[in-house]
Structure formats: structure tokens, C-alpha cells
Write a protein of this length. Sequence first.
Length: 328
Amino acid sequence: MRASFNLGIVLFSVLAFLGSSHADLVMNFYAKSCPKAEEIVLDFVKQHIPNAPSLAAPLIRMHFHDCFVRGCDASVLLNFTTASGNQTEKAAIPNLTLRGFDFIDRVKSLVEAECPGIVSCADIIALVARDSIVTTGGPSWRVPTGRRDGLISNATEALNNIPAPTSNFSTLQTDFANKGLDLKDLVLLSGAHTIGIAHCPAFSNRLYNFTGVGDEDPALDSEYAANLKARKCTTAGDNTTIVEMDPGSFRTFDLSYYKLLLERRGLFQSDAALTTSSTTKAYVTQLLEGTLQDFYAEFALAMEKMGRVEVKTGSVGEIRKHCAAVNS
């Protein structure tokens, strides 16, 4: 009995530890310490995003990339090299096309002026991502706060943890499961591809060299592939041309991305992978059979769940003075 009782204590302690990082995130975490924090963030977003709506997609992508490496701890914001000379996440291939770092820095400076050393860069990323999407007419979601900023940023970890556009279903399933996210989350979070653009190297292998013998991905609609070759990515080495993720609707957060998937017109291999599993394809079909508001509600839950991945709270990490560098 004593052994069983002790085992129960150990299991309870482990579960309590695993849940603690989630429990410490709360709505309006800064209500007393910096009551105007979220208002400052929202006001800045409302002032600037309408003039640069295309920035909303990179900002939500930044949040996604941040959470998949060491959790949502703003490690993606640290400068290209550390004091020891190691390259940070910014230098990793998946992050070379990220935009919006200056935007985050400007928000941080405003919040610091109001409440020095109180609001984390990690929370600012999460709030900015949500507010930017809402400002451009997309869904809203809860953003509980209380994250702290990480002290470590490593380019290799970013390359190994951020799901690649060339990923197949098995790899995506593993990448998401490693972060406590399931297949439904995979489908819903991929729905953010309904806005924004992509650079040709992220998918040109599907057009010119899918299996290494100069062939085209047979899973890609041939007419769509021909259009991409003729009008967009003219050569396999095109590093400058950009393509709409959701042609004809890339500024609107809607369900058309999922319609394109079923028409074999998902741009990335990772998009097309969602139709290779009966489970994820069924989720796609369910979303299309529902309403836009149904999608928004489900997307909101997935975003809040992602925003809790491996967060640092309490006394772990720090509150950076400047988002691009750890405190000295």
C-alpha cells in the first residue's frame, strides 16, 4: 500500500509540473502591473496594420515559428549571433523570410515606456499576432498572458523543429505531436495559409524536381502547376518571385484555402499532405460543410492551444528590455 501511495504522489507531482506552465497563463495577466499594456498593443496595431495589411500574415507566422522552438518564448526575436558566436533562430532558413521584427520592437518600446521591465516580448508577439488578424477582418481568439522570454536561441533547433513546407503527412504529424498538438490542430493552424504569400523555393521542387529527376509532383493539379511555371516561378532557382498562398483570396481569412486543397491546389507539399490522411481530409471536409464562423471558433481554440506550447512562466527566463537581446 505504501508503495502504491508513494507512486500516486509521484504521478500527481509529475502531472502538476506538466500542467504548471499552462496554469500560470491567465487572461489580463498585466491588469495590475501594467493595466494599459494590451490597449497599447492593440492601438499600435490598429494604427499601422490598416496601412500595411500584408504584414498580418508574417506576424502570425512569427508567432507560429516562435512557439515551435523552445515554446512561445520570443527566442525567434534574438539577434543573428550570440555573444558566443552561435547563430540564433533568425539565421535559420525557415526564418530568413520572416518580416515584422521592427514592428514588434516598436510595440515593445511603447510598452516599456509605460511599464519598464514588466511585459514580455513573448506576450507581445502573441498579442500582436491576434490583433493583426482581427484588424484585417479575421478571427479573434483568447490570448492568456504571463509568458516570460527565453535566454537561448539556436538556428539548428529552428531548422529541426519548425515544420517545413516540404513535409509529408508523417513528418507533420510528428512535428505537431512533439508540441502537444493533434491532427485537428494541424488542419486548423494550416488554415492560416488562407492569407499571405510564399517564396518560390518553398515549393519549386514540386514544379521542377519533385523526386530528383526533373519531374513534377503528380499530386499537384497540372493546370495550377503550369500557371505557376509560366507566370510565377519561372526557374527552379527563382529566389525572388512571390506567390499568393490562396490565389484570388489571399487577403481574406476564409475557407477558400481548404477548397483549394480538395482541388489539388495546395501550394506547399505540406498543404497537399493534409489530403493524404483520411483523418485530416475528413477535418477539411467538415470545415467546408460548416460556416465561416464555425471555422473561426475552431481556429481560435487551436491558436490558444498553440500559444500555450512550452511557455516559460514564474521565475523561468526573463522579461527582456529589448526583444532582440537578452538582458546583460
